[in-house]
Design a protein around this ligand. Structure first.
Ligand code: BV8
Length: 245
């Protein structure tokens, strides 16, 4: 992928001059780690489903084992991968200037690359919680491939992620909106810009005066909001945008 030198230089200058950078990442930043993007995540058993039909509470109540195994499959996938140069570059940037890192991803790769204070808008693949729990839930020994159940009330454990139709965690949403309102540069990396309310954040940043840079090898719904689009994979591009440790 040949990056336009003038655009690269313009992006470097904007980032170097920035006081406070708001970064929004999506599934594309983990693609070079081998984690399928959200819209590519449905393989094998789940290939006949649309993610928006599987990542819902209704689907989980209807087919708990199918949905639970999809998350178990994705947990195993993520555990077998490593952060890529894009994740590490963002961790290096945060050592040079204030970075507010907001991610739509649930894979935890930013944290494994050394980023702290990651704002996880859609939860985390490794944080389960109870569905209709009694408040004192404790698990019976889990059956592989089946969601664990509470020994006291029989409630089912569920993935600690935000499903479609569910509100975002209040604190994460507040912190993400604050980042959009205060960042003087908004760096959007690896997202199709199709899932709301996360996709509204770069527009909010622009309304508050931020310079918006999009990094994506494909066109995205956020290109129209961007002041500058770098058409490149994140792992190749981000390490070129600021000094690495
Ligand atoms: C809610 C966790 C309301 C689960 C996910 C307007 C306003 C508000 C809501 C809506 C709205 N319009 C519609 C809605 C409803 C819905 C929605 O947005 N639907 C879409 C499909 C139209 N939103 C919701 O339901 C949200 N909740 O609004 O609740 C509410 C309010 C009060 C009270 C009750 C309810 C919840 C949305 C969260 C859903 N959960 N994930 C799981 O993962 O299993 S979303 C899921 O999509 C992932 O988190 C993923 O990250 C996210 C977004 O997708 P992307 O990250 O962009 O990934 P995608 O595959 O699409 O694109 C990858 C990109 O990477 C591509 O552009 C590709 O070109 C690029 N790429 C590839 N390789 C690279 C690369 N880029 C860089 N480098 C590379 N190498």
């Amino acid at each position: 992928m040949v990056l336009d030198a003038a655009l690269l230089e313009q992006a470097r200058a904007r980032i170097a001059a920035a006081r406070n950078i708001f970064v929004l990442t999506g599934a594309g930043i983990s693609a070079e780690s081998g984690v399928p993007t959200f819209r590519d995540a449905l393989t094998g058993l789940w290939s006949r489903f649309d993610p928006e039909d599987l990542a819902t509470e209704a689907a989980y109540r209807r087919h708990p084992a199918l949905v639970w195994r999809w998350y178990e499959h994705r947990r195993a996938l993520v555990l077998a991968t490593r952060p890529n140069p894009a994740h590490y570059a963002l961790a290096a940037l945060a050592a040079q200037k204030p970075v507010m890192l907001v991610t739509q991803n649930i894979d935890g790769l930013h944290q494994r690359a050394g980023s702290e204070h990651v704002i996880e808008l859609h939860g985390n693949l490794f944080a389960n919680r109870w569905l209709d729990g009694c408040g004192r839930c404790d698990t019976v020994p889990p059956v592989p491939g089946e969601p664990p159940h509470c020994a006291l009330c029989g409630a089912m454990m569920r993935p600690g992620v935000v499903w479609f139709g569910e509100d975002l965690p209040r604190v994460a949403r507040y912190r993400a909106e604050h980042a959009a309102e205060t960042g003087d540069v908004c760096l959007v990396v690896g997202t199709s810009g199709l899932v709301y309310p996360a996709a509204a954040l770069p527009g909010m940043a622009k309304e508050h005066g931020a310079f918006v840079i999009v990094v994506n090898p494909q066109v995205s719904a956020l290109d129209a909001t961007a002041d500058l689009v770098l058409t490149a994979p994140a792992g190749e591009c981000l390490p070129l945008l600021w000094p690495q440790a």
